[in-house]
Design a protein. Sequence first.
Lengths: 497, 67
Amino acid sequence: MENRPLEYDYTVAKMFMVTTIVLGIVGMGIGVFIAFELAFPELNTVFGAGLAEYTNFSRLRPLHTDAVAFGFTLSGIFATWYYVGQRVLKVSMAESKFLMFIGKLQFWLYVIGVAAVVVSLFMGITTSKEYAEFEWPIDIAIVVVWVLWGISIFGLIGIRREKSLYISIWYYIATFLGVAMLYLFNNMEIPTMLATSPAGETGIGAWYHSISMYAGTNDALVQWWYGHNAVAFVFTVPIIAMIYYFLPKESGQAIYSYKLSLLSFWGLMFVYLWAGGHHLLYSTVPDWMQTMGSIFSVILILPSWGSAINMLLTMKGEWQQVAASPLIKFMVLASTFYMFSTLEGPIQAIKSVNAIAHFTDWIVGHVHDGTLGWVGFMIIAALYHMAPRVFKRELYSKSLMAAQFWIQTLGIVLYFTSMWIAGITQGMMWRAHDEFGNLAYSFMDTVDVLHPYYTLRGIGGLLYLIGFLMFAYNIYKTMSARPVEESELQNASPMGA
Amino acid sequence: MSINEFAAYGYFFLIVFLVVVTYSYIYHLYKNRKDSSGVDYENYSNMALKDDISDTPVKPISKREEK
């Protein structure tokens, strides 16, 4: 064993690849189901009235959002970290038994945390804060998982051979620090068992139940500072980390401008944290804060497009690769969707636009062209690039991958176009009134009009899910059915027919 | 000066300070091809492109390990 040359050790990366795929299927599957529930309400009780508690939209919706954000996406972030981190720091996990132990511990605690989240949310146990529904015992477990990840990051950096930190590492560090700060502050909560009511009762409520330390408008502000920056530090920052590594690597092209990547990094860090106020336009938060949220959202276009343009220009003179490789197609479309949703978001954050867009399906559409187009595609591409290297096998099927790309792209287009139309229709109908100020439409009128778009959205989501199942199958067959690659893989990933 | 007023002034000057730092950094990047250790910024892309464990680091952690 001593005489074997040193190799990167992908054990932990492989473990997280499995949870990425499994939790992706779970989260997207629930998403498709609840999309159809909105179009066909009878699905809420499809498994019988007795089970309706577990199958209705409101019980399943947080399971969908948390499974895709903190299951699929976080697993993808961890999997790529345990792959990219070693490679750009030029140090193997095999060199440190301690870091290997921490990595595995992080994985298994994460799996236990996910199980606790799934069970508690199915049971209806929730703090009722969006994307922060977990009660305090689970919060503590999540903090432990996060600290372990931090030890992994800084431990690996500590034993590195490459002195400089590649731009992706900056983004992974920012993810770690950003989420740590956001999560701690938004989840400041007091278990009700420690409280005493004015009447003198103690030990109120279940042992796991807690309430937020903040009240009213303050709670809303902290919640959306968290909520929006969860988008920043889970759906944006680590995904940029991935594309800055995987696109140059797969295409063999150096980043178009490394300097621009540094500049956009600091730009993004500087601006993103102020934009959360746009979730609270026309609410009880101070007017200046709403305006600040709008302005910073618009400024956010600059650093976002800085990264996205940098990625597209990396392919300069190499566009034949986009035509030839479905793997590169995923990444180029991901950065295109990144540009698209980082333009759409600021537009929605402008106060006059928000007057129509707020609370409508257009917002849901916006989230999904970011998550399906940018986050989903980039994680899929990253795993496709990693698979031949971690399993030392050629990818199972290029044509299956190409078919998946087109099916999922069609799914995304159906999703966001239907939600645009639905959202703007909804917004206009809610506002319409006659000359005396009487509302022109009832809520049910809007529901009738939106039905076809909800159906289309469900079909779009279903196509994306079908594509994801093809991805899972392709990776599974790569693991099990392809010949072993002997030579070290450089750039383009080898693919079977 | 009340604590709120103090916080407001502090906040304002912090923002001005951060803006100055950010723009100085932008200017620095615009002006210089190499960073303070003499490495061309664009060479750092090779940290990803040449990332086999046996590849030579762009900037090794110490001279000793370079050999």
